[in-house]
Design a protein around this ligand. Structure first.
Ligand SMILES: Cc1cc2nc3c(=O)[nH]c(=O)nc-3n(C[C@H](O)[C@H](O)[C@H](O)COP(=O)(O)O)c2cc1C
Length: 348
């Protein structure tokens, strides 16, 4: 199936505007997931061995997840689950709806198997996302919800803005990803600093600990972090008991041709892999297995997924790889893990 995608479908889709294709995929998925026969056929074609594991108290059937940003409004999760993902991270959701940055804001770097995006958290807002997701629940796989901040909210107001979003989404997610690493919201990345991160995350953790079900948190970090900020985030993660997602997209352009330097936004896909892996390895060394890690950035096949699991990730996520290799990438990764006799150290 992956062969068919790479040989025919990709060619077709790549002739069209990237954001148009994405919107069409989401619309198609929304409609298709209402037809149980479609979900069954997708499931059948994607069937693979299970790799049961427990991370952050959540049971996963395999470690390969959908990364945030694909289903920003939590509306295509049932369809996506059919492709065999072990979990789905939906969002990033902000409190109020917002249009995001002016178009064009999504670019394919075809020769590099990469993407540059400066979407800017375009989404329908938390109430809409909660309504959409509530209609799709229960889902066959765990769901993470990525929360971010509105573009027009000041840095002082940020903790409250995140918290309000969390409150609206809380009942619908199995875990929450605090996104402080999108390069497309002004100053968002300044939240990595130890004190600022603490002020952001503490109210959310406090809220969760007062709920009937205490749900786990992950903070998603940037691949462009200075060692000091990374150490600060890792120390806080261990102190407070939240996991980390390494990493989001990069503003670094050294791994792609100079032509792309003038394109603002976050770079993802193959050229992100090395940088992202470096940060993942550093993070793993800092947290020493005390908190869970999710690896994201540049996974394009089984080998690059296994690489992250070997560097210390408990779970991994894909996005750009789906665009270049197609949705059966999940099955290909799981088959590769099977051939390499991978089993999670988190399966007891
Ligand atoms: C078009 C696009 C939109 C994205 N939107 C989000 C987002 O809303 N929130 C987020 O945390 N990450 C977002 N990401 C980052 C991905 O979740 C992922 O961390 C990153 O692309 C690296 O993985 P990859 O190389 O497999 O794509 C986005 C990525 C792309 C390509």
């Amino acid at each position: 199936m992956g062969f068919l995608y790479r040989k025919f479908i990709r060619q077709l889709l790549f002739n069209l505007n990237p954001e148009l294709v994405h919107d069409a995929v989401i619309k198609t998925a929304r409609a298709a997931q209402r037809v149980e026969l479609v979900n069954s056929v997708v499931r059948l074609l994607s069937r693979a061995k299970d790799f049961p594991l427990t991370v952050a108290g959540i049971k996963f059937r395999n470690p390969v997840g959908l990364a945030a940003g694909f289903d920003k409004n939590c509306e295509a999760a049932r369809f996506m689950a059919g492709f065999g993902f072990g979990f789905l991270e939906l969002g990033t959701v902000t409190l109020r709806p917002q249009p995001g940055n002016p178009k064009p804001r999504l670019f394919r770097l075809r020769d590099d198997h990469a993407i540059i995006n400066r979407m800017g958290f375009n989404n329908a807002g938390a109430f809409d996302a909660a309504r959409s997701l509530s209609r799709l629940l229960p889902l066959p796989v765990p769901v993470g919800i990525s929360v971010g901040k509105n573009a027009d909210c000041t840095m002082d107001e940020a903790p409250r803005n995140y918290l309000e979003t969390l409150k609206i989404m809380y009942d619908y997610g199995d875990y929450f990803a605090v996104n402080i690493s999108s390069p497309n919201t002004l100053q968002l990345r300044s939240l990595h600093g130890g004190e600022k991160l603490k002020r952001l995350v503490e109210p959310m953790l406090d809220f969760a600990s007062g709920q009937k079900k205490v749900k786990p948190f992950f903070v998603k970090i940037a691949p462009d972090l200075e060692d000091g900020d990374l150490a600060g985030a890792a120390a806080l993660a261990v102190e407070k008991g939240f996991g980390l997602i390494a990493t989001n997209t990069t503003v670094n352009r050294s791994a792609v041709p100079a032509y792309w330097r003038s394109y603002e936004g976050g770079l993802s896909g193959k050229p992100l892999r090395e940088l992202s892996n470096t940060i993942l390895a550093k993070t793993a060394a800092l947290v020493k297995g005390k908190v869970p890690l999710i690896g994201s950035g540049g996974i394009s096949d089984g080998a690059t997924a296994l690489e992250k699991l070997s560097l210390g990730a408990d779970l991994v996520q894909v996005y750009s790889g789906l665009v270049y290799e197609g949705p059966f990438l999940v099955k290909e990764i799981l088959e590769y893990l099977g051939r390499h006799h991978w089993h999670s150290p988190r399966h007891h």
